[in-house]
Design a protein around this ligand. Sequence first.
Ligand code: DGP
Length: 210
Amino acid sequence: MSIQNRGSLIVIEGLDRSGKSTQCQLLLEDLQAKGKRVQLYKFPDRTTAIGKKIDSYLKETSQLSDQVIHLLFSANRWEVIEDIQSKIQSGTTCILDRYAFSGIAFSAAKGLNWEWCKSPDRGLPRPDLVIFLHVRPEIAAKRGQYGEERYEKVEIQKKVEKNFERIEREYMEEGMAFITLDASTSVEAVHSQIMNLVDKIDTSKALDTL
Ligand code: DGP
């Protein structure tokens, strides 16, 4: 299949309870309604053996060192990536609910070295578009179910927020379309901004790597 026919790779990132999953679902449905082939992937994928370990770490029923959990999150992306790459090559648009950027933002918030955090994900496909849904941590904390998992604490989320600002700067300098949207507005307003950005994706070039 020619490169022109590949699908696009879209990543939605955000702090916990920023409305990511809702926006991923709306994007999926909107693109499907337009007749596109599209598939949604959620990271971490808690259904695999590695994902189950991550799930129990997040629910605080198991403890792992910061380094080990970082590598497991990355391995959880690597174990699904072949499937994603083949979908893209066959013309399916892939929407990822979180990706390697969460890995850097959350692990660096615990004090791990920035470049070390980036390294296990190097070589993964570079998205066509990354959208970071920004909600102030204090606002996100008031949303339903907040506080159930390990990282859902305002002090941690504030560090993660700062790290995403740095991630945006660094990747934009590399030419990546990394766009922050204010996600404290209505669900519909955020969705329509996302659709505008998705419509501008140019799939005429092959995907690069991180
Ligand atoms: P979610 O299922 O989207 O609520 O994400 C689960 C939690 O795990 C959330 O607090 C963010 C965090 N997280 C996601 N990806 C990574 C990662 O690669 N590394 C680390 N350390 N944390 C991550």
